[in-house]
Design a protein around this ligand. Structure first.
Ligand SMILES: *Cc1c(COP(=O)(O)O)cnc(C)c1O
Length: 367
């Protein structure tokens, strides 16, 4: 026996099923349209690109550790206290801080049936047990979450609006959840798609102001179009932020990330344009799908969840889209085998999706 065999991973780690991302390529296709990862089809703000280019030559210098300038920009734009903001390598890292700081071996972490697939990974990495709660017709069920709470529960992860469902939990329901949870359970409101739900969506901040056990997260990866650069942030009361800052690596964000994120945050014109175009084409594509006989809930995000009769039909439609160079996301792994998640692209992409699905449905009807 070699010595290396005596090295044992921590409890839970070997139970992790590795994250599978959206596909980016189709064999034999050069000009694919990637609609599988909820990326911004318009890309980042020009100002963010310039900031990245401007700071790249400083890559031999360590970045600052306190992210003060980025936090100030976020705080100004949203009217928040900069001392209650923490920044991470994507919001994934902020979610990881939460799991690492507040859950451990023997603890339970609640997530919902169609919730983000990073949550079980983060729970297990902390040695805790993921507890998966059913949704009702692709909507989070607050009563089911509250009923699942035990004295071992430490965290509840809520994606709102949901991914891959696109549905939004009403303010009254989120409040009922926050009020119903014991004070020693952290509620993580994952708002990766919040900006697509409308300008007035501040519920996540209001909750974090009101409840000492709420952490709200947001990201630069979706509406800001910086998924490749990896920046996200969380907002909570000072005590929670202070705990999480203790496990954060001092140099977790690079000079380029910090500068690009700040410029992106300050470019409200680009933000609004992305928001408006997304809403317009989301509405258009949903109507097109419904007209074609494909079911689809109203979405508050930058994607639609198209529902087919069964898994075989969803897979056949995925093949038809692929044959045309369009990559969407199969979501059987999220408990939705008869569905395809389609990112809202630009106008030509949306029209192509509708065209291909239209042909597919016609051929099916004739077969
Ligand atoms: C995309 C996404 C995130 C965040 O991703 P980062 O790129 O790490 O900021 C978080 N939660 C959900 C539900 C997402 O879809």
């Amino acid at each position: 026996m070699t010595d290396t065999l005596r090295i044992q991973p921590q409890p839970g780690i070997m139970d992790i099923a590795r994250y599978v991302g959206g596909a980016a390529q189709i064999a034999g296709h050069e000009h694919v349209v990637k609609l599988s990862s909820n990326e911004n089809p318009y890309g980042p703000s020009e100002k963010a690109r310039e900031a990245a280019a401007r700071t790249a030559p400083q890559m031999h210098r360590y970045p600052n550790t306190d992210h003060a300038s980025l936090r100030a920009a976020i705080a100004e734009v949203h009217g928040l206290d900069p001392d209650r903001i923490i920044c991470g390598v994507g919001s994934d890292e902020v979610l990881q801080f939460a799991a690492q700081c507040f859950a451990g071996p023997g603890d339970e972490v609640i997530m919902t049936e169609h919730g983000f697939s990073m949550y079980p990974i983060l729970a297990r990495a902390a040695g805790a047990l993921p507890v998966i709660v059913a949704e009702i017709e692709r909507r989070v069920d607050v009563d089911a979450i509250l009923n699942a709470v035990t004295d071992r529960t430490r965290i509840v992860f809520l994606t709102n609006p949901g991914n891959p469902t696109g549905t939004l939990l009403t303010e009254a329901e989120v409040r009922r959840l926050a009020e119903g949870l014991p004070g020693n359970v952290l509620l993580v409101h994952d708002g990766a798609y919040t900006e697509f739900a409308g300008d007035d969506f501040r519920l996540d901040f209001a909750l974090a102001d009101e409840f000492p056990n709420v952490l709200s997260t947001r990201t630069f990866s979706k509406i800001y179009g910086l998924g490749g650069l990896r920046i996200g942030w969380g907002y909570a009361q000072r005590d929670l932020i202070d705990v999480m800052n203790r496990v954060r690596q001092p140099f977790n964000l690079s000079v380029v990330q910090l500068a690009a994120a700040e410029a992106a945050m300050r470019d409200r014109d680009h933000f609004t344009r992305c928001q408006t175009e997304n809403a317009k084409w989301r509405h258009w594509l949903r109507k097109a799908l419904l007209d074609l006989g494909v079911e689809c809930d109203e979405s508050h995000t930058n994607f639609l969840l198209a529902r087919f009769r069964d898994e075989a039909t969803a897979n056949a439609c995925d093949e038809a889209l692929k044959a045309d160079g369009l990559i969407v996301r199969k979501v059987a792994g999220y408990g939705l085998p008869n569905c395809l998640r389609i990112t809202i692209g630009d106008e030509p992409s949306c029209r192509r999706v509708a065209d291909v699905i239209g042909r597919f449905m016609t051929e099916r009807a004739q077969a």
